[in-house]
Every structure is written in C-alpha cells, then in structure tokens.
Design a protein around this ligand. Sequence first.
Ligand SMILES: [Zn+2]
Length: 181
Amino acid sequence: MTTELEGRDKWRWIFEAGWRGLCPHCGEGRMFRRWLKVSDRCEACGLDYDFAAPDDGPAFFSLCFIAFPLLFLVVWFEVAMNPPWWAHLLVSAPLMIVPCLAALHPIKGWLVASQYVNQAQEAGTGALWAGLNARAKRDAEGRTPYATAAEAAPVAPAAPVAVPSALSAPASDALAERADG
Ligand SMILES: [Zn+2]
C-alpha cells in the first residue's frame, strides 16, 4: 500500500498518520501505546514497530520550531510590557512549555510515519520485512553469547607478591652492637 504512495500523497499520508497517531501502514491501529511510547505492534495489521527509532528527533524539532520562536515572543513581552517577574512565571513559562510538550506527540508521529514510508519505498515492502526480521534475529542471537562470554570469562588470579624476608636484620644487629658497646 505504501509503495504506491508518491510525492504529495506520500507526505499527506505521513502528515495524517503522524498527526492522528495512527499506524503508517494501515491507518487504523494506534501508533502509540502511551503518550510518547510507540507500540510494539499494530493491533490492526500487525505492523512491527521495530523500525521506529526517532531518538531525540521530536525534542530537537520541538525546540527548533516551537521553543525558539516562542522565545522571541517572551523577549518581546519583557521589552514591550516590562512585566513583573511573576508575570513571566504565569505567562511566559506556560507559553514556552505547553506548546513544546504538545508538539512532541505529532512530531514523533510524523517522524515514525516518515521513517516507515521512506524505508518501505526504498526497499520495497518485502525487502523491508526481510531486513527487519534479520536484524531482530541478529539482535536476539547476538545478545546471549556476549552476555554469557562476559560472565564465563576466567578472572586471572592475583599474582602472589614475594615479600623479601629479614629485610631489617642488619639494621637491628647494628643497633644491638651499639647498645652493647
Ligand atoms: Zn497497522
């Protein structure tokens, strides 16, 4: 389905799926399990969300396109109105924070949807699934040997340190002689 999406349709599909938090494959299942937690699997079509890795993208875009422009508004508010400090607490802080947090959800949705659509277009759906399955399998197999190897690695016993004996014998002999004489 996504392989037929071209140009404007593709971006409209990404926009809608991301904005409404819907599965980028079927457009029916929900993309998010909780507020910003991407589902493991689409409940409607079974799409595996393993490909979804927007990382810090949502926070970055939210800062760039929401927080930064709003900062100008806050600065204008300060310069033009010269408000008392508590006005910033009541007006500026919510003005900065609320839109940024509100924007995280659709931004993350757009990133996940565009990741899905672009990867599906590049590779064709069959190759995409083959690649994703191979990666998941490799991850699952790769983790176990590493863990057990680290645990089973023999710890080198500490080498015994040879302590030279009778180090102070000559000194004590000399003291004894001096006391005698
Ligand atoms: Zn789906």
